[in-house]
Ligand binder design. Sequence first.
Ligand SMILES: *Cc1c(COP(=O)(O)O)cnc(C)c1O
Length: 383
Amino acid sequence: MEFRDLRKQYKVLKDDINREIADVCNNATFIGGEPVKKLEQELADYVGVKHCISCANGTDALQLALMAWGIGAGDIVFVPDFTYFSSGEVVSAVGAVPIFVDIDPVTFNLDPEALRNAVECCREEPDYNGLKAKAVIAVDLFGLPADYDRIRPICEEYDLLLLEDGAQGFGGIVRQRDGTEKRACSFGDIGTTSFFPAKPLGCYGDGGAVFTDSDEWASLIRSYAVHGKGASKYDNIRIGMNSRLDTIQAAILSVKFEAFKRYELSDVNKVADYYTSNLQDTKLRLPVIPQGMFSSWAQYTVVIPEDVDRDDVITELKENGIPAMVYYQKPMHRQKAFAGTISAEADCPVAEDICRRCLSLPIDPYKTEKEIDEVKKVLFCLI
Ligand SMILES: *Cc1c(COP(=O)(O)O)cnc(C)c1O
């Protein structure tokens, strides 16, 4: 069994993908061009924001957002302690300081109360003198949108910009109080995603995108992504980077995005539901999707009971041909890259506990009930 079966997806979409790639080769426009423009428009429409700016990967997308906001030396950005390294890395990359915040034990997402405490703490702590709190990066971990209903008011109260890291969240939905639905990557002042192959919507290499309603930020991001261009890429008015989505990747995404909308997103939810209904009678803690929310299931992550050795579970699954992964082994504040800085001083007991006990099981839209039954059989013997 594959952890995420990209080969099976290719088999299904092969004719269309091959044709799209051949079109790009025949046109010999490999950077920019119509496929990129068209994809950006389709993604913006789907997410429900005015602008989509594609770029080279999800890490650059985050960094471009911080650059557009002018975040740098002397600034604090709050980041969940349980996420992929990029979410914190980009903060340091622009010269600012990430302060890691604990997570909710049920959703694994940023805990709004812990965020409020961290913000308050930074205002009082003499060590933080000279540093100014500027932004929050909320991550839609494993496909589930963060708790924006509670995070947004905190950002407003303390005058913080909100950046949604939707690298794993693309396709997620939150029903609003007025009954309408709002999609992932539209919850922040800026939202970002990644098209890394294993993400909910992936290409065949690296890719990413930035989403925003702001004309000003969109045009800054377009400039930063192409060497700080002014009127043209040979007129350089700020220091930027080289971060573009290849035309071939855009063409591949156009096919994958159709499949994503048409059936993949609903099918992966069926797979997740099947897991959840079949693993009820184990001692595993299963993922919970709060009322009114819809996940894009980048991962199906369970929590192993205290008295069970996670390594034994992984070994037993592996011996039965089932790959399982630990997302994530280490809370952010314990990563060596932050050692010796104030970022390493975070107190995040929930993130620590989840890192010790989490386990992600194989999931993708193409998994069959038979495959999930195999996983279930092994887990039932163990837990
Ligand atoms: C994958 C990921 C990123 C980075 O995306 P890349 O395209 O690999 O650069 C950022 N944040 C989170 C939460 C991710 O899972």
